[in-house]
Design a protein around this ligand. Structure first.
Ligand SMILES: [Zn+2]
Length: 66
């Protein structure tokens, strides 16, 4: 809502809010202060959300092999 239904990553506006997810920039790890901090939230569409997390996972794998 705050981000006007626009994905922060690809900049596409989604009128269908079921396509949008709130992403925590810093993982909250159960910390309610981080969980509810709106400065720590960004709006991503589900495609970007999935893609971003997959890229992080892959980067982690590469790092582990290093
Ligand atoms: Zn997107």
């Amino acid at each position: 809502m705050r981000d006007r239904f626009t994905c922060r990553m690809c900049g596409v506006m989604h009128a269908d809010t079921s396509m949008l997810e709130a992403d925590h920039i810093v993982p909250h790890k159960g910390n309610p202060k981080l969980f509810w901090d709106e400065k720590n939230l960004q709006c991503l569409c589900s495609d970007c959300h999935r893609g971003a997390k997959q890229r992080l996972d892959r980067a982690g794998e590469i790092h582990k092999r290093d």
